[in-house]
Design a protein around this ligand. Structure first.
Ligand code: SF4
Length: 408
């Protein structure tokens, strides 16, 4: 419980909107971005009083920082400097902290890169999605394969070695061959970490609406079937494994010693605190844990309408809408430990669950666990339970089948 906390910083700005995305991100001018950075810094300053207000334990020590979005690399070096100044003012950032920046290839200026390196940033996650230019262009990504390769070379030349490549399986125009090509390119560029996501099309995105209405502008007709995407995901698991990039979570693969320390916190239920639009947090309390989330409405976040985040709620004594706060009780904590743990390839240690939550809870969950084992979606060896490769394809179905009442 007293371990260091992970910090997530949400930067919801993008140079262009991807056709499948309806995430709370957008294309905004410089003034709004600066206003956002100021809000972010105010929120960081208020973090400790916010935690006190929730009776939550917010450690001073920080060992991971993750800038996600959006496209955080669009911020200037000066803006990152301000954010780090506030982070270091409120927290003790470990000398060996893992500091990750999400970045779109071609959207990281030399000035921003230099400042981030000066601040200790040591990991970059590139939103490549596909090494096939037609596929990237079809969903509104602005880069080409050649630009990706040039970016990898540039950041490596600056001394940065920890590179993640994000790929999406199921993009419009993707075929079995073109997907294999993208995976092989990710291997060939020797990125120590690769993430593979199934395309998730938001119904309210441009592509989502077009898929519902059978239009043609955003290549809705060229989206592979779910079965095809599932097959290709499985092929990627094999190809990456053969290349020494081993799966450790449903969507994440790494060479030995290169797992994302920050993301592991989510799956291992370690404390993390999020700042910025739609940022989520989980902090421990004497009673267990508390989860809370910031608003996903940018105007509200910026204070342009009279509302707020948990932070501002405590900063300003004014009438505000209730922030989204969930107290994680014993049953919820048990379910989280099971479901989040099952996302990891090594699975869940039932002995540990018993020692944390008592024998009765594990016993109550056992019939459902055994039923899903019989369906071939889980496997149980001694005291360890894990998803099978088939189970990883339908993890949400597995989790819903395991949602059974447990002893109080
Ligand atoms: S997918 Fe990412 S980069 Fe694309 S619009 Fe959404 S947040 Fe921005």
């Amino acid at each position: 419980m007293a371990g260091p906390v992970g910090v997530y910083i949400s930067v919801p700005f993008c140079k262009a909107k991807c056709t499948f995305c309806n995430f709370a991100s957008g294309v905004f001018g410089g003034e709004r971005m600066q206003h956002y950075v100021e809000r972010l810094c105010a929120e960081i300053r208020a973090a400790r009083s916010m935690a006190r207000g929730l009776n939550a334990f917010l450690p001073s020590a920080v060992d991971t920082i993750y800038f996600g979005g959006g496209t955080p690399s669009l911020l200037s070096g000066g803006q990152f400097g301000e954010i780090f100044q506030h982070l270091r003012g409120e927290f003790e950032v470990a000398a060996d902290a893992e500091i990750t920046l999400e970045c779109a290839p071609g959207q990281l200026s030399d000035g921003t890169l230099d400042e981030l390196l000066r601040q200790g940033m040591n990991r970059i996650s590139f939103g490549v999605q596909s090494f096939v230019d037609q596929e990237s262009a079809a969903v509104g990504r602005l880069h080409t394969r050649l630009q990706c390769e040039a970016e990898f070379a540039r950041v490596r030349a600056s001394g940065l070695k920890e590179i993640n490549v994000d790929l999406i399986v199921g993009l419009p125009h993707q075929t079995e061959e073109s997907w294999r090509y993208s995976v092989e390119q990710a291997i060939a560029c020797e990125a120590p970490h690769v993430s593979v996501y199934m395309l998730e099309v938001d119904d309210e995105s441009r592509l989502g609406r077009e898929m519902l209405e059978q239009g043609t502008r955003y290549s809705a007709g060229a989206v592979p079937t779910e079965d095809e995407a599932a097959d290709w995901y499985s092929q990627a698991c094999v190809l990456l494994d053969e290349a020494g990039v081993h799966q450790y979570e449903i969507s994440n693969f790494a060479r030995r010693g290169h797992r994302s320390r920050h993301n592991l916190k989510y799956w291992e239920r370690q404390a993390y605190v999020g700042f910025g639009l739609d940022a989520h947090s989980m902090l421990h309390t004497n009673m267990g844990a508390v989860r809370f989330a910031n608003t996903s409405d940018l105007d509200r976040y910026l204070g342009n309408t009279p509302v707020v985040t948990p932070f501002r709620l405590l900063e300003a004594d004014q009438e505000v809408a209730a922030p989204e706060v969930d107290i994680v009780g014993r049953n919820e904590a048990f379910e989280e430990s099971l479901f989040l743990g099952l996302r990891l390839v090594e699975g869940v240690d039932l002995k540990k669950l018993r020692s944390q939550f008592g024998n009765a809870m594990v016993k109550d969950a056992m019939p459902a666990l055994l039923e899903v084992c019989d369906a071939g979606l889980l496997q149980m060896n001694a005291d360890r339970v894990r998803l099978t490769p088939q189970g990883r394809l339908v993890s949400n179905e597995v989790f819903s089948r395991l949602l059974v009442p447990v002893a109080a």
